[in-house]
Design a protein around this ligand. Structure first.
Ligand code: KIV
Ligand code: ZN
Length: 511
């Protein structure tokens, strides 16, 4: 059996289907570059037919990514396939991933199609997709609740039509490992020409078994796993990439296969996705949680000091954890700054962007003695926000907060270049700042989430704030970083308002 396990990352598509995780083109590009660095085989960059913005983001990713296949999702209809085909056209290696539901409940109640019509649509979609690329993947949505005989019939037909990867999704997170493994084994045994395709699995985490189910499929012949960074995804999320990769690597004796993932890029990828989407990583999350390698009990600490392997099955540094590494200081020059960014895999497209980032770095170095890798990442992320169209921009602010007094904020910002002043009281300095901004902007948005994370340790560390706003059914995240968390909060609020302001209507692939 083939010992290569392909990693298909769908953070930018299924991951983006998490409420409030929608990303701008620039944000998607930053994540795609990190996924390439991580070494994923396929980047599912989006669902081209969802909106012109989605198609544009896939195209932009297809233009820059060299070492991973760039894929677009498409329902099994002509419009979707053509949109996907056009979006991946610039890719060095492009894939169309087309799907249709095959379970009785989905066919009857959602699609209102007969099984014969579903087979016909699937075959037609695969043939049309093959006109754009040789690399066509077919998924039977809700395969978990589909009848086995019907799945075999559909898969026989789409392989005959030219599909090269067959994906078996547990769309609703209903399976359990033993049954999911059995299902994969039976499909591979019964489908004609099953040895001519790559078998793939795509599991959701509704019962907390997405990773276990995916691994059961791997033990029964699947050689592609669809997963996301931090397990982000629709509802309870998808199988988490980092857990799949480290499980097969750590237990190669059991899985007898491995990926081409550079595991040292896992933690940076996790941090980037968490920052951009505003989805924090729980401290006890396997591999990427802050406590994943922390030993609290004295007995464990003693054991690890004597012999590391007593309590550690993986090494923190192998998955990209390292103590905050001192990077640059106040006296570092532009050349050192540029080469450090290159080392961190950060590409600033223009000389102007580099100059602005360098000026911000000097500013930060004035406030903070030591600048770490994480500070630089936040700094260019903050700069990245500014490359999107910004209606609102922070100019300056003053906040008074005193025991026994009502906190008061005064904020100066620009609205499409015109300077505005806002004042407000609140229960705390952040509340006062947001109230001040709302008194002028009057967005009418609801604040769904406010979170602050320290980027590095120490009281002079930068705080990174995420603000999630909702209006008329749209949910957006804004981020801001600063050594002053109230300033970071104002930046994050304005960033979210800028995103709300940019009209972005998109269709959901599974509705
Ligand atoms: O969960 C699912 O079934 C999907 C398909 C589109 C592959 O995301
Ligand atoms: Zn899915």
């Amino acid at each position: 059996m083939n010992d290569r396990l392909y990693i298909f990352d769908t953070t930018l598509r299924d991951g983006e289907q998490s409420p409030g995780a929608s990303m701008t083109k620039e944000e998607k590009l930053r994540i795609a570059r990190q996924l390439e660095k991580l070494g994923v085989d396929v980047i599912e960059a989006g669902f081209a037919a969802a909106s012109p913005g989605d198609a544009d983001a896939i195209k932009a990713i297809a233009e820059v990514i060299q070492n991973s296949t760039v894929c677009s999702l498409a329902r099994a209809n002509e419009r979707d396939i053509r949109a996907a085909g056009e979006a991946i056209r610039p890719a060095k290696r492009g894939r169309i991933h087309t799907f249709i539901a095959t379970s009785p409940i989905h066919m009857e109640k959602k699609l209102r199609m007969t099984p014969d019509q579903v087979v016909e649509a699937a075959v037609k979609a695969v043939k049309l997709a093959r006109e754009y690329t040789d690399d066509v993947e077919f998924s039977a949505e809700d395969a978990v609740r589909s009848e086995m005989d019907f799945l075999v019939r559909v898969f026989d037909a789409v392989i005959e039509a030219g599909a090269k990867t067959i994906n078996v999704p547990d769309t609703v997170g209903y399976s359990i490992p033993a049954l999911w493994g059995e299902r994969m084994k039976e499909l591979i045994a019964r489908v004609k020409n099953s040895d001519k395709v790559i078998w793939s699995t795509h599991c959701h985490n509704d019962l907390g078994m997405a990773v276990a189910n995916s691994l059961a499929a791997v033990m029964n012949g699947a050689r592609q796993v669809e997963c996301t960074i931090n397990g982000l995804g629709e509802r309870a999320g998808n199988a988490s990439l980092e857990e799949i990769v480290m499980a097969v690597r750590t237990r190669r004796d059991v899985f007898k296969c491995d990926t081409r993932i550079d595991a040292t890029q896992i933690v940076p990828a996790s941090k980037l996705v968490s920052t951009i989407t505003g989805y924090p990583v729980q401290p006890n999350k396997a591999i990427v949680g802050a406590n994943a390698f922390a030993h609290e009990s004295g007995i464990h600490q003693d054991g690890v000091l004597k012999h590391r392997e007593t309590y550690e099955i993986m090494r923190a540094e192998d998955v990209g954890w390292h103590a905050n590494r001192l990077t640059l200081g106040k006296l570092s020059g532009r050349a050192a700054f540029k080469s450090k960014l290159a080392e961190l895999g950060i590409v600033l497209e223009t000389e102007e962007a580099l100059n602005t980032a360098f000026a911000r770095f000097k500013n930060l170095a004035d406030k903070k003695r030591e600048i770490f890798d994480e500070d630089l990442q936040a700094l260019v992320s903050d700069e990245g926000y500014a490359t999107e169209h910004e209606r609102y921009k922070l100019v300056s602010m003053k906040v008074c907060s005193e025991t026994g007094e009502v906190p008061h904020a005064r904020v100066v910002f620009t609205d499409d270049g015109v300077e505005k002043r806002a004042e407000g009281d609140g229960s705390g300095p952040v509340d006062a700042t947001f109230k001040a901004l709302e008194s002028v902007v009057a967005s009418g948005a609801d604040l769904l989430l406010y979170s602050v994370n320290n980027i590095t340790s120490g009281t002079d560390a930068q705080g990174e704030v995420t603000v999630r706003l909702a209006r008329d059914g749209r949910v957006v995240n804004g981020q801001g970083a600063d050594t002053d968390i109230v300033v970071a909060s104002a930046k994050a609020y304005l960033h979210a308002l800028n995103k709300l302001h940019s009209k972005l209507e998109r269709a959901h692939p599974q509705v």
